[in-house]
Design a protein around this ligand. Structure first.
Ligand SMILES: [Fe+2]
Ligand SMILES: [Fe+2]
Length: 198
């Protein structure tokens, strides 16, 4: 706990910036993700400061209007040639990485990628990317029972937690009649295949 407080103080300016661009509710979620990510980092041998920082920035662009984010991404050449343009759900992760780099001077690529891919995940995620993907779903403020289930799994098997979360997300998106992002399906299949191999 003492360490978590120290880490929080270290990132005080970033925290203030983040707090200034989002609602109180989203800021509470953000802090929940930062804390859960730093807890998981302790279990999975990742630098807890990096995990805390990635949690702190992951939703920094969530309340930026889609049209603004789209314009910024298009004009700044953020996507590699051949990259599909991210859909509205995935876009705020890309935008978060951009803001973190240009406004908050965060240069650590793993931290930036953890924010960039936090909504859909991606095949070949780093441990930190998995931690942010999971913590976004399981932070203490999440009210649904699936969060508790995935949180428990994440303490003993991080890959199994990613897989279970992807299952829940896919089911939820289908049940709510929304368009399913193909990356989420690819992530789910890749983790499922790996779990069968292992
Ligand atoms: Fe998000
Ligand atoms: Fe989030």
């Amino acid at each position: 706990m003492k360490d978590a407080v120290k880490v929080m103080q270290k990132f005080d300016d970033i925290k203030k910036f983040v707090q200034g661009v989002m609602s109180e509710k989203r800021f509470a979620h953000t802090m929940g993700v930062a804390e859960e990510a730093s807890r998981l980092a302790g279990i999975w041998d990742v630098n807890p400061e990096k995990a805390y920082l990635a949690g702190l920035i992951h939703d920094v662009a969530k309340e930026l209007p889609y049209s603004d984010a789209k314009r910024i991404i298009e004009s700044s050449g953020l996507l590699d040639d051949g990259d599909a343009f991210p859909d509205s759900v995935a876009l705020h992760g890309f935008m978060a990485a951009h803001i973190a780099k240009t406004k908050l001077n965060i240069t650590d690529e793993d931290v930036l990628n953890a924010a960039r891919y936090h909504t859909t995940g991606r095949v070949g995620m780093s441990v930190l990317e998995k931690i942010i993907y999971v913590a976004d779903f399981t932070e203490q403020g999440r009210p649904y029972p699936q969060a508790k289930e995935v949180r428990e799994i994440s303490e003993r098997d991080l890959d199994a937690a990613v897989l279970r979360e992807a299952d829940h997300v896919i089911k939820f998106i289908i049940d709510s009649g929304r368009v399913l992002c193909t990356t989420t399906v690819e992530v789910r299949n890749s983790f499922l295949n790996n779990s069968k191999r292992g």
